[in-house]
Every structure is written in C-alpha cells, then in structure tokens.
Design a protein around this ligand. Structure first.
Ligand code: SF4
Ligand code: SF4
Length: 379
C-alpha cells in the first residue's frame, strides 16, 4: 500500500493534508434509482451559493437543460433517454406492456426520427395484431394553434400521425412526453424508452489532481476531506481544468476563474446539510460520514439485486480505484459511460513522481557526459 502523501492509493485525505483534529470524512451518496429529475438540487445549489443562471437553454432533445457540469452548474441533473428493447425490463417495469413496437411508425418515433433519414433505425415492429390496433387508433381531433390537429399519442410518447404514417402532420422533435415511460395502462402507452436520471457533482476525489496542480493554493483540502476552490486566490491559469479526470471544474466566461461544487463548505462548518441534499425530496442525495454512506449504499444495492434489478451498481466507492475513491459516489442503473462518466478514472498526477525521477536521472547523465567531455578534452 502506498505511503501517506502519495499521489495514489487509499488514504484519509484530511489528516494527509495536515488536519490534526479532523473528524470523519464527509461526503455524498447519490442514489440515482430514486431520482425523479425534479432539479430541486440544481436550484438549491444555485440559490445558496449564488451561482449565476445558466441561461434558459432547451437542448431540444432532452429535459436536461443544463447539459453538463460547468462553472455555472455545480449540480447537473442528467436525463438519459435510453432505448431499451421492450421485453428486457427489470422488475419495477414488470406488468407493463412488453413485446416489439406496435408499428413501424412507433419504432421510428422510439428511435428519434420523424422522417426518412436513409437509415432503418429503431426496434423492429412487433406482432401484426398490435400493428393493426395501432393503425386503427383514433388520434385526438381538437385543432391546435394554426388549425393543425395535434397527434401526440396517448401517454405522451411523441407525435405519431394517425394511421401510423411518419413524416406528415406534426413533427416529432425528439422530446419525450410529459408522462414518464411505464405510467398509464394499455398498449397505447407502450414506449421503447426508459429514463435514467442522475444528479452529477464534483467527486471530491481522495487524490484530487485539480488540487495537486494548482500553483496558487486556491484549491485546498478541508477538514471534512472535501476539495474547495477559493475564488479570491484563483488566477485563472486553468491547470486544474485539464487535470480533473472527470471534467468537473470549469472556467467562468467573463470572469476567468475556476469554479465548482464546494460541498457547501460554509454550511458544513455550521453543522448544516449541503443545500442540494437538504432540498432533494426523494433522498436521492444523501450527505453524511463517508463510511456510513458506503454501508448504506451496499445495503441498497443488495436490496435492489434482491428485487430483480441486477444492473444496480456503485460507482466511485472503491478506495483502491484510480483516484483512491470519491467523496461523492453514486448508485447507477447502467454502465458509467451511459451517464457520461469515465469507466476507470485515474488521477492525472499519478505518474508525476516517476516522471520527475526519470527527468532527474536524465539531467544527471547529461551533466556526467558534459563533465567527461570537458575532462577528456583538456587532457
Ligand atoms: S479532480 Fe475533478 S472531480 Fe476530483 S475533486 Fe478536483 S474538480 Fe472534483
Ligand atoms: S437528486 Fe433529488 S432533488 Fe435532484 S433531481 Fe433527483 S430527486 Fe430532484
């Protein structure tokens, strides 16, 4: 096992940083299986930390309107609209309609195309019976603005023109309906999508490359084991941005300095819970001593496995991983890449000691060669 002050491997970061009377390491456990995507965490974070608004951006293909963690989004609720082959659903979806798509039109809508694209995407249409039911379904006839009859399918799964034809009438813009997939009853509510939601945040890594490379001391390790950036010391050099293996820390436009989640350092000091965890209505975000959170997370994964959700897994909890484990870790329902997370992050400063050793040896060899040439030339 590496020594204390090493650049990788398990350690307790606050004592390692010199805190002699540090309490237990504190952190976040984000259980994405109960996230409802309400974004209360994003809003609470902005309000408490006075983070500027991110602009009213509609991405046009998702209810995720902030898109990523940025200098102005310290919590980011990702919406992953995932085409899942019907019939391959875990227990929570049991009882919902299964089988192939009812028609070629619904398969195309499920694949996100509303008109001919030269490809043949989507889930193949299912039984002829289901296709016939779909084709004879009556579309709502209330005229919308401009006199166009809306053709949104019951259950809000997107605009399927009456009769199943794609490419005429209202265009499907790729946005999911207002009703979550799986809600409602009847074949007409079937959808080939599921939503995965995840409130992402700075990982407060055990080995934080952002902190290792900061030349001004703007980034520091707190007594809670978290990583905080002090904006009044940051000189905007951006080293931390390229060093972070998760792409978390970001430079604010028009300001130049680096910003990220502080895990509400000011609230922790006052014995309070971070704003996002306090606001989360489903307790998807849990705050507390990291050891307790890890135990709770292991129990939750095991309960989900028992309930027939074998895909449940933890991410960032393992102190022997490439960053020494995270102070903010997650329960995921699919591979990390699906959520935009690196599958095997490694602290980017891990190889620095070896590189410096080699550079030192090379410098010594060059010096020895120069001395030998000088001595040899003068004899
Ligand atoms: S390296 Fe990135 S994820 Fe880790 S503490 Fe720094 S900013 Fe957060
Ligand atoms: S983590 Fe909690 S507060 Fe944030 S979107 Fe999910 S349910 Fe809402």
């Amino acid at each position: 096992m590496p020594d204390g002050n090493s650049l990788y491997g398990p350690l307790d970061p606050a004592p390692d940083a010199g805190w002699t009377s540090a309490g237990p390491r504190m952190g976040f456990f984000t259980d994405t299986s109960v996230c409802i995507g309400c974004k209360a965490c994003e809003v609470a974070c902005k309000e408490w930390n006075a983070v500027p608004e991110s602009g009213f951006d509609l991405l046009g293909m998702s209810y995720d309107n902030t898109g990523a963690l940025t200098a102005n989004s310290w919590r980011h609720v990702a919406f992953v609209e995932q085409p899942v082959p019907a019939g391959h659903r875990s227990a929570p979806f049991a009882g919902n309609p299964t089988g192939g798509s009812a028609s070629a039109a619904s398969a195309a809508v499920a694949a996100g195309t509303g008109s001919a694209s030269g490809t043949d995407p989507g889930v193949p249409p299912g039984s002829a019976d289901a296709a016939a039911r779909m084709a004879t379904a009556t579309a709502p006839t209330t005229a919308g603005p401009g006199g166009t009859a809306p053709t949104t399918a019951p259950g809000g799964t997107g605009g399927v023109p009456a009769g199943g034809a794609v490419g005429t009438g209202t265009q499907f813009l790729g946005m999911p309906g207002a009703v979550p997939p799986g809600r409602g009853t009847g074949v007409e509510t079937r959808t080939d999508f599921r939503w995965l939601m995840m409130s992402d945040v700075c990982k407060h890594c055990t080995h934080a490359a952002c902190l290792d490379v900061c030349p001004t001391g703007s980034l520091f390790r707190t007594e809670f084991g978290t990583v905080v950036v002090q904006e009044d010391i940051c000189n905007g050099c951006g080293y931390c941005i390229s060093a972070c293996p998760y792409g978390v820390i970001d430079q604010r436009k028009g300001d130049g300095r680096a910003w990220k989640c502080t895990l509400c350092y000011d609230r922790l000091g006052a014995g309070m819970t971070p704003a996002c965890a306090q606001a989360c209505p489903t307790e998807s975000i849990q705050y507390g001593p990291l050891d307790e959170l890890r135990e709770r997370a292991a129990q939750r994964v095991s309960a989900l496995h028992d309930r027939g959700v074998p895909e449940a897994r933890l991410y960032g909890h393992d102190p022997t991983d490439g960053v020494g484990g995270d102070g903010a870790f997650f329960l995921l329902l699919d591979e990390p890449e699906v959520y935009g997370l690196p599958p095997d992050p490694v602290v980017t400063t891990r190889d620095l000691p070896r590189m410096w050793r080699r550079a030192g040896l090379a410098a010594l060899a060059m010096t020895a060669a120069a001395v030998a040439a000088f001595v040899g030339g003068s004899s």
